[in-house]
Write a protein that binds this ligand. Structure first.
Ligand SMILES: NC(=O)c1ccc[n+]([C@@H]2O[C@H](COP(=O)([O-])OP(=O)(O)OC[C@H]3O[C@@H](n4cnc5c(N)ncnc54)[C@H](OP(=O)(O)O)[C@@H]3O)[C@@H](O)[C@H]2O)c1
Length: 213
């Protein structure tokens, strides 16, 4: 299957691209800029420029031929102006471009509490609100969607063990485990048109996802 990963140069997106390639998928690794292609040099992926703040038609071309888009983008700066540009408006532009390109399934990396964003300090609030708006845009789209809302991200190794549910107490999870969930949903029909929280836990990713619903 051909999959485009948005934000493939990112700390989570890189592992998404790596896991997809290891499973034998054709991976188009979306980059904000070609300058970041070196990050992916050891992976069997096709780098493609996919800047969610640039011309939407370029995104349509980047997505064409892919059955699935997995978005792991995040604003480079936590200030609201940057977050709104990338996580809110850019994410919504990417969703519309995916529809136009004939993509069937869209998996979005969101954040725990994006569905109840009225909390935290000024910056947290603005990030959660931006995510809530783009998550709603995805739910309203013609795409088969999955929204993954992880707790606080850490850079530890993969544990392969997670906890998933509609809503969970605040928690932490490694970026590698989040990547495994973003890829794992493609094999679990119960995750279609679903949004759920994920934190580190006791269950292997496949069985945790199979218990949803
Ligand atoms: N930090 C947390 O505790 C936490 C918790 C829950 C959810 N999240 C969310 O998880 C997501 C991934 O986090 P992360 O730490 O893996 O992020 P990251 O390492 O900062 O990666 C973000 C990716 O987005 C790309 N990007 C930025 N602007 C873009 C644009 N205009 N067009 C296309 N791509 C663009 C970046 O490209 P460059 O490499 O070129 O910069 C990078 O590849 C974020 O959305 C974040 O909000 C974070």
């Amino acid at each position: 299957m051909q999959v485009t990963v948005l934000g493939a140069s990112g700390r989570t997106g890189f592992h998404v691209a790596r896991l997809l390639a290891a499973k034998g998928h054709t991976v188009r690794a979306g980059l904000r800029s070609r300058r970041r292609a070196e990050v992916l040099q050891d992976l069997d992926v096709q780098p493609v420029v996919a800047d969610v703040t640039a011309d939407p038609e370029d995104l349509v071309e980047a997505f064409r031929g892919s059955e699935v888009v997995i978005s792991a983008i995040g604003a480079p700066d936590p200030e609201p102006a940057s977050v709104n540009l990338v996580d809110r408006d850019g994410a919504a532009t990417a969703i519309r471009a995916a529809e136009k390109a004939g993509v069937a399934r869209y998996v979005q990396l969101s954040a725990q509490f994006a569905d109840s964003p009225d909390q935290g300090d000024r910056l947290v609030r603005s990030i959660l609100l931006a995510k809530q708006i783009s998550d709603i845009a995805l739910q309203k789209s013609a795409l088969t969607w999955t929204i993954v809302r992880p707790g606080t991200l850490t850079d530890g190794p993969a544990t392969g063990r997670v906890k998933v549910a509609g809503h969970l107490e605040p928690g932490r999870i490694t970026r590698q485990d989040v990547a495994a969930v973003l890829v794992g949903v493609l094999q679990e029909p119960l995750t279609e048109n679903q949004g759920f929280d994920v934190v580190s836990g006791e269950f292997p990713v496949g069985s945790a996802l199979a218990a949803l619903g």
